[in-house]
Design a protein. Structure first.
Length: 140
């Protein structure tokens, strides 16, 4: 049995970059930092950070581009993929997580809700009448 599954929870190191493929499909690229804390051989507390490249497609990519901001917590589930290409005669490699699901965490401190689109998203609250409602007037 073969399994290629990744779950990463960390903070965005930059705002997502949103692009479109020639087919029109949206692609977002994200960078996420994760940290781990450990004690070294001398017993001193150490922190190590890893940086992960994430690629998101379709409607999820559009939402990432519109709502995510640098410093925000995010959880990504997907699979590892390594691409290669030639640059000036040298083979280049890049390993990325191709996201199947992206779960947005709370905004980073100091950030307010950001919508990067001409469409403004605001919560729609029902309009309640000013006068008192008589329970006998309700039809059910």
């Amino acid at each position: 049995m073969n399994v290629n599954s990744v779950t990463i929870v960390g903070r965005l190191t930059r705002d997502p970059e949103l692009k479109a493929l020639p087919s029109g499909q949206q692609v977002a690229s994200l960078s996420i930092a994760t940290s781990r804390v450990y004690n070294d051989k001398d017993g001193k507390r150490q922190e190590a950070s890893e940086y992960h490249n994430i690629v998101v497609f379709g409607k999820t990519a559009e939402n990432c581009g519109r709502f995510l901001v640098k410093g925000q917590m995010v959880m990504v589930q997907g699979r590892l993929q390594t691409r290669s290409w030639d640059k000036d005669g040298t083979k280049q490699y890049r390993t990325e997580v191709v996201a199947d699901q992206v779960q947005f965490g709370p905004k980073a401190e100091g950030h307010t809700a950001v919508v990067r689109d001409t469409e403004q998203v605001s919560p729609k609250f029902p309009e309640y009448p000013e006068e008192e409602i008589n329970p006998e007037d309700i039809p059910f």
